[in-house]
Write a protein that binds this ligand. Sequence first.
Ligand code: 2RA
Length: 351
Amino acid sequence: ALPTLAVVGATGAVGTVLCQLLSARRNVWGEIKLFASARSDGRQVRCRGEELTVQTLTPEAFDGVDVAMFDVPDEVAAHWAPIAVTRGAVVVDNSGAFRMERDVPLVVPEINPGQTRHRPRGIIANGNCTTLAMIVAVAPLHREYGLRELVLASYQAASGAGQAGVDALHTQLGKIAGDRTLGSRPGDVRQAVGDDLGPFPAPLALNVVPWAGLLADDGWSAEEMKVRNESRKILGLPDLKVSATCVRVPVVTGHSVAVHAVFAAEVDAESAREVLRNAPGVIMVDDPATGEFPMPIDAVGTDPSWVGRLRRALDDPRALDFFVTGDNLRKGAALNTAQIAELVAKELTGR
Ligand code: 2RA
């Protein structure tokens, strides 16, 4: 029989994309059960051509479940993932609850699929969407040239902060619409937007906010620490030098990252381009002369990481500069989770 799948957090921004993917990808699942918080109990969600009823989480709900995809806040995953495991499920967790645990693999199927099998706690972790937006392009270059350092600036979409982020952006855009004087006087956008900041520390419309996530130490944000620590773990480079600056921009969906990558050996842009053209999950969109760039408005809703602006650093023949964009809800979360879960299904069914 085909394995039974549970989707925990089925009604969130990522859960919604998960259900779309389960309806579009080759089906490897038997029964699919959807779970969410009590406020979504009883809601109908269309998934794989069926109207499924969303249920509230209980321990026994995991009885008979072979694989459980979790897309819930860290504290919810920390509580329920071990329960799902004791009930027999393999958990693929999108939250940050277990990502950096030594006995929990952090898997990107295009990079380290073999680690899916080494799951002593029955939990496999998914990376943060900002890490996933760029790591699929960085990994093949690392394999070819030996990565030594990453200096990154991210341009992160509002949906990385969930539906509340998207709602706040649209509300703010409505507030500023029509007034072409805005953005020309100190504080005028703040005044127009008022207190509709949503999950952001400042107005996002007509602005960029050089912050994402919670406070970490020494002036770093949790988001910047995640990009550094997860890149090291996924690439197996514990001493990789990483400096990230994570910025929120007024985009609905699609995280972008400007990458400066330093390698052990000299690189040239043409051979790097060839490596990326042959890399799984990457497409090259790179012809500035004709206005061809990787951009969120084109990458949204697609699976691959879009890479462009590739050039060799002018002052270091061992370094490349490029720009990568990926759908933060899709490959950044739901797609990577689905790909990992499919690897587990293949292992469980032997096909
Ligand atoms: C964000 N990467 O964009 C974080 C979590 N999705 O807010």
